[in-house]
Design a protein around this ligand. Sequence first.
Ligand code: ATP
Ligand code: MG
Length: 297
Amino acid sequence: MTQASESQAALVGGPQVVPFAKDRPTPRVAPAGRPRVIAVANQKGGVGKTTTAINLGTALAAIGEQVLIVDLDPQGNASTGLGIERRSRRTSTYDVLTGAAPMRAAALATAVPKLWIAPSTLDLSGLELEIGQERDRAFRLRNALRDINNATADPAFTYVLVDCPPSLNLITINAMAAADSILVPLQCEFFALEGLSQLLKTVEQVKTTLNPELSIHGIVLTMYDSRNNLANQVVADVRQFMGRKVYDTVIPRNVRISEAPSYGKPVLVYDLKCVGSEAYLRLATEIIQRERELKAS
Ligand SMILES: Nc1ncnc2c1ncn2[C@@H]1O[C@H](COP(=O)(O)OP(=O)(O)OP(=O)(O)O)[C@@H](O)[C@H]1O
Ligand SMILES: [Mg+2]
């Protein structure tokens, strides 16, 4: 299946079209305690989605936010990268999306203060088979997050970052239907813009059918190597094409970033002073700033 037809199928799920008004969950009221939900998405593989979810989550926690990372990739790289062993993943995002457990039951504290993760397992690759015919199949994550900060919940999360798989399938559609906004990592390589228009088209489809409030939070350029002339051209092209949507912060290619997951640590914990950690801290500051501007507008 092509990526376009895959996302199409996830949206409509075969013959019965999902977004009838009566099938929608009740509109999302925004109680003071609701966290901001940001989906880290790009159907291209290996562009830095998981690295960004882990390290942005850590940076946000370091500046005082209460952060939950939701690992929605059956590969489970975000869970592994945060040191969550497979045998500790007793309740996973698969259990949450199939309705077997609430999100709070899946959330595990990490070694980083204020940073939690709902881990994933390979079971998640069977989600489509399991719930693909259900009417609310696209809203499972949204529903699971609705009451996450109920009165007795501790901690009250202020940010939820959803690490998406490299696909525009039902899992990613769930993330987009649940999110306030999308953060798109783009690798500084020749084909960076390829696939972006498909992603933007899917975001538009989700906006018109499942989640009218969805927006693009921003695009973060990753794995930038200043010695590579092409990388500079890619940065210029992406900025020209996407304008202010591109964050000022560019994440450099940095060996410490790639080493950190094998120690089960975010790079900010593995080597706080390296250029990769500094970049993710700057990105977190920029994101908070953008949030303030959004709230003010
Ligand atoms: N800034 C960086 N510098 C060096 N290596 C990086 C950087 N960002 C990511 N990597 C490495 O590139 C690889 C892909 O990154 P990552 O897993 O975050 O991408 P992804 O988009 O989540 O991939 P997938 O689509 O498979 O989920 C990993 O080995 C990661 O450690
Ligand atoms: Mg990943």
